[in-house]
Ligand binder design. Structure first.
Ligand code: ARG
Length: 454
């Protein structure tokens, strides 16, 4: 394609280091779509004849059908998907294929193809996240009243409801979706027609190709159009944040599925056995979602470091933009699907959660609050009285609400029988009705609001 000024071909290693076809063949649909938009515009503008434009467009359809049926051949000599497609086009329609690359460069071509790919990837992720949210909503609705220990420092803190806990993830995923949507809106301008870096003297119509490819319009600066990859980094940053969220739920599933917790039993479909320990049901998928977050973050870092300090405009370093995006996307898609499946099919052990919530003196704050509210103690003093009460319950090995009134009154005479109304975990969660709090009535309202929005 560029052999005119060269007497010798490239060294074998040069060919290998230079080639991107092993990975960018994944862009073939976008490459064909971009070329079809380009040639339609060339024909409309009279830059190539209407007849040649029609021949090229039909030829591109043949190439696409061949790719679809037989896959893209990895010919290193043809370097990348753009040269591959042009070569296949020449096979199909002869020398007229050479007119396709008029008023275009691989630099604007690859930027366009890659944007189209990332845009599709965003649409897929947003749809998958909507499915994950639906699974969270279903399980949260089932467990709006299920009490469990809420943790800080992974110590039992205050009882919460499982529904509230799952809805916390629903919120995180809502923000993830909006991050992806923002990235999509920001990136949706077409680089096609920026040419190599400076634009072109041909009378092209960039608005036409932009519209044909579903962009909001053309990029406004040709140097920027061919050389920025911030759209890919936006995708990776959104993917990383989303993966971090998924990894936290994955970690909770790993913990909860362990015997000491026993809060959840993963379905057979989402567990693996051990080759030596027959009793094992390992949460491998959750562990891998946790692990994949690290790799996705690595992909983001890789592209950021590649782009750092690159002078304008295109440099070949930028060919390395694609593997980390492809890798991150595949890992994220798998992670979302796996978490969705796990959430849908998990058995939550309400009995174990309740027992753990009751065992951890998690209603101690409720006692302190009651002493403030009903007995008029300053909070600091109430905290102290409660501490002594917890110590006594711990010594006896019973829950707070199992201590007899006489013992409570021996600690502080201002306590009366009404205190038992707040010492149970159910009373505790039911009382947390502040906006965004864990009370079952709030959880049901949050679920209803989320269903309304989706
Ligand atoms: N395969 C190249 C890439 O992915 C296409 C652009 C090549 N441009 C060039 N000036 N050599 O970046």
């Amino acid at each position: 394609m560029w052999g005119g000024r060269f007497a010798e071909g490239p060294a074998a290693v040069m060919r290998e280091i230079n080639a991107s076809i092993p990975f960018d063949k994944r862009l073939w649909r976008q490459d064909v779509a971009g070329s079809k938009a380009h040639v339609a515009m060339l024909g409309r503008q009279g830059i190539v004849s209407a007849e040649d434009a029609a021949t090229i467009a039909a030829g591109l359809d043949l190439v696409a059908a061949d790719y679809e049926a037989n896959g893209v051949h990895e010919d290193l000599a043809l370097e990348d998907i753009h040269m591959q497609t042009e070569a296949r086009l020449a096979d199909a329609i002869g020398p007229v294929a050479g007119r396709l690359h008029t008023a275009r460069s691989r630099n604007d071509q690859v930027a366009t193809d890659f944007k189209l790919w990332v845009r599709d990837a965003i649409d897929q992720v947003i749809a998958a996240l909507a499915g994950f949210q639906a699974a969270l909503l279903t399980r949260a609705a089932e467990h709006a009243d299920t009490v469990m220990p809420g943790f800080t420092h992974l110590q039992s803190a205050q009882p919460v409801t499982l529904g509230h806990h799952l809805m916390a993830y629903h919120e995180m995923i809502a923000r993830d979706r909006s991050r992806f949507a923002d990235a999509r809106g920001r990136m949706n301008r077409s680089p096609l027609g920026s040419a190599a870096l400076a634009g072109t003297g041909f009378p092209i119509d960039r608005a036409m190709t932009a519209a044909a490819l579903g962009f909001d319009g053309p990029t406004r600066n040709s140097l920027d159009g061919v050389s920025d990859r911030d759209f890919a980094i936006d995708y990776l940053a959104s993917a990383t944040q989303c993966a971090l969220h998924l990894s936290r739920l994955a970690e909770e599933f790993v913990l909860w599925a362990s015997q000491p917790f026993g809060f959840v039993s993963l379905s057979d479909q989402w567990s693996t056995g051990s080759s030596i320990m027959p009793q094992k049901r390992n949460p491998d998928a959750a562990e891998l979602v946790r692990g994949h977050a690290g790799r996705i973050m690595g992909c983001m870092t890789a592209l950021m470091v590649t782009m750092k300090g690159l002078p304008l405009a295109y440099s070949k370093d930028m060919q390395d933009d694609k593997p980390p995006v492809f890798e991150a996307h595949d890992l994220l898609a798998l992670s979302i699907a796996a978490m969705t499946g796990m959430v849908e099919s998990a058995t939550f052990r309400a009995d174990r959660m309740r027992a753990a919530a009751e065992a951890g003196f998690s209603t101690a704050t409720d006692l302190a609050d009651w002493l403030v509210r009903e007995a008029g103690l300053p909070f600091r003093e109430a905290h102290h009285v409660t501490g002594r009460t917890v110590k006594l319950a711990e010594e006896r090995g019973v829950a707070l609400d199992a201590l007899p009134l006489g013992d409570l009154q021996a600690i502080d005479a201002r306590i009366d029988a009404r205190v038992y109304d707040v010492l149970s975990v159910d009373a505790s969660v039911a009382s947390r009705t502040s906006f965004g709090g864990t009370a079952p009535v709030n959880v049901r309202a949050a679920i209803a609001a989320a269903r309304e929005e989706s």
